[in-house]
Design a protein around this ligand. Structure first.
Ligand SMILES: [Fe+2]
Ligand SMILES: [Fe+2]
Length: 375
């Protein structure tokens, strides 16, 4: 049997574990193992790093590479057989939990005209960002929403939901985002298939946006006490207009350009308990400074082209590309066009970081706030 060492994580720093193996200690550790126990000082430096050490790596999923494979899934499996016909984004450091980054899952779903995915509910919170096609719709607890390009839709945890594309529509592709890995890590996930496989539409189509979607206005008798936004759909046109208008009167953030959060109109807080989302605008030629913070972030390029530098790795992106920023990774963004703005949709686990008092942020001090790009 190979000699097992217990002192691999020693650190010669006052206050940190620094115990060298001896034959007597090794015998002691083995006797503890027989009792399903261990000495903390053998693992303390490993389980309590000085700062977050993400297993996730920065990844760019180019739409031009992904798209044909996503479309091909239509010929290979039916939505009935697959449940949900999705190609998911698999971070090389997070394959075991099927995460795109950190504790967030993401995938690209395709549906053809006339197809419907069966109604279901789960403990995970979910969102969708529409990439291409016409005629897509989502039904959430009897509220039906018609969906267009760059629309952002919620399917909060516990709600019955289903998706489809109208007969007269075209093939539709959207990005799904869920907190499945987080819910699984917390061992709290339930899944249910609707007993009728379809749910009835019990409200007028698009009533959610007609009721809750007016900026700065709250409807009389607009009672809502659920822990997610009553506005299930955030349309692209008013979102973009809001960013353009805001950009006229602000310099924005040095790290994010002009960024607006999608919010629950009742609370002003995040759209769901575990997932937040934002849209940001980078003005022509804008280059942000680098910072890092806790939380995992998945971006989709809604408009324009440019690049991001994430922990020294440059990722060049264009419309529809998706990339991720792992927790505590330095990142900065740039719009490479001198004439057009660029918009980045983002979803993240910021509400979790904030609710658990785990959010921390730090600007890059050196080099004028810009990273050196690794060769
Ligand atoms: Fe779902
Ligand atoms: Fe950031």
């Amino acid at each position: 049997m190979a000699e097992q060492n217990y002192d691999a994580y020693r650190e010669g720093v006052a206050g940190r574990a620094d115990v060298e193996d001896t034959p007597e200690l090794i015998a002691y550790y083995r006797s503890l193992e027989k009792l399903e126990a261990g000495a903390l000082w053998t693992v303390a430096n490993k389980i309590e790093p000085w700062q977050p050490r993400s297993e996730s790596v920065p990844v760019l999923w180019r739409y031009r590479d992904m798209r044909e494979h996503v479309l091909r899934s239509v010929d290979l499996v039916s939505p009935e057989k697959a449940g949900r016909r999705v190609i998911y984004l698999s971070n090389p450091g997070r394959r075991e939990v099927s995460a795109a980054v950190g504790w967030l899952y993401s995938g690209l779903q395709v549906m053809h005209p006339g197809e419907v995915a069966s109604a279901h509910a789960h403990s995970s919170s979910a969102l969708r960002f529409i990439m291409e096609g016409t005629g897509a719709y989502t039904v959430v607890d009897g509220h039906k929403m018609t969906l267009g390009r760059n629309d952002f839709v919620l399917t909060p945890n516990g709600t019955w939901h289903e998706h489809g594309v109208a007969e007269e529509g075209t093939a539709c592709i959207w990005q799904d985002g869920l907190d499945i890995p987080l819910v699984n890590a917390l061992e709290a996930g339930f899944y249910a298939v609707h007993p009728d496989l379809r749910q009835a539409v019990t409200h007028p189509v698009n009533d959610s946006t007609a009721t809750w979607g007016a900026p700065g206005l709250r409807p009389q008798n607009g009672d809502w006490n659920k822990r997610y936004s009553p506005l299930f759909k955030y349309e692209w046109e008013p979102t973009y207009e809001a960013l353009v208008r805001h950009a006229r009167v602000t310099d924005g953030s040095p790290f994010d350009g002009v960024l607006m959060h999608y919010v629950n109109p009742v609370t002003g807080g995040p759209v769901m308990s575990t997932i937040g989302a934002s849209m940001q605008l980078l003005r022509p030629g804008e280059q942000t400074r680098a910072h890092r913070h806790t939380g995992s972030f998945i971006y989709q390029v809604a408009k324009g082209s440019g690049y991001s530098i994430i922990n020294g790795k440059r990722l060049d992106w264009t419309e529809r590309d998706i990339f991720c920023v792992p927790s505590w990774a330095f990142h900065e963004h740039a719009n490479s066009s001198s004439s057009d703005d660029a918009c980045l949709f983002c979803f993240n686990d910021l509400p979790v970081m904030q609710a658990l008092n785990l959010y921390r942020e730090e600007a890059l001090a050196e080099n004028g706030g810009h990273q050196t790009v690794a060769a």
